[in-house]
Design a protein around this ligand. Structure first.
Ligand SMILES: [Zn+2]
Ligand SMILES: [Zn+2]
Length: 112
C-alpha cells in the first residue's frame, strides 16, 4: 500500500504481503493492484511457486483478492504477515507476465 502525507504526497510504499518497504533507489520492483495494493517480487515468486507450481491455495478459494478486489473462485495465496491479504491465481499470473516482459526486472518465474 501507499502511505501518503496529509498533503497527498507519497510517504512510502510497502508490500501488502510482507510489509517490506519499497526502495525507490533500489532495483526491486512492485506490482500494483487496485486501490494502491502492492506486491513485491519476492512475495510474487513465493505465491507463484505455491499456487501456480504446487497447486496450493485451494483452502482460500472464493475469498476476496487484495490485488483485484474481487471474490474469485480461484486458489489464492495468503500473506504470512496479514491473513486478510490474499492474491488470486489470476493476479499472480498477470504479475508474473508483467514482470517477465520488463527486462529490467530480471525476474524469472520460479519452477519446481
Ligand atoms: Zn512482499
Ligand atoms: Zn486477484
Amino acid at each position: 500500500m501507499h502511505e501518503t502525507r496529509p498533503d497527498g504526497t507519497l510517504l512510502r510504499s510497502t508490500c501488502d504481503f510482507c510489509g517490506k518497504e519499497w526502495d525507490p533507489h533500489g532495483t526491486d520492483l512492485m506490482i500494483e493492484g487496485h486501490q494502491g495494493s502492492l506486491i513485491c517480487t519476492r512475495c510474487l515468486s513465493i505465491a507463484y511457486l505455491d499456487v501456480s507450481v504446487h497447486r496450493g491455495g485451494f483452502e482460500h478459494q472464493g475469498s476476496k483478492c487484495t490485488m483485484c478486489i474481487e471474490e474469485r473462485d480461484q486458489p489464492q495465496w495468503q500473506s504470512p504477515v496479514n491473513e486478510a491479504n490474499r492474491v488470486c491465481l489470476r493476479c499472480i499470473k498477470q504479475g508474473a507476465t508483467a514482470l517477465e516482459k520488463d527486462e529490467e526486472s530480471g525476474w524469472k518465474r520460479p519452477s519446481a
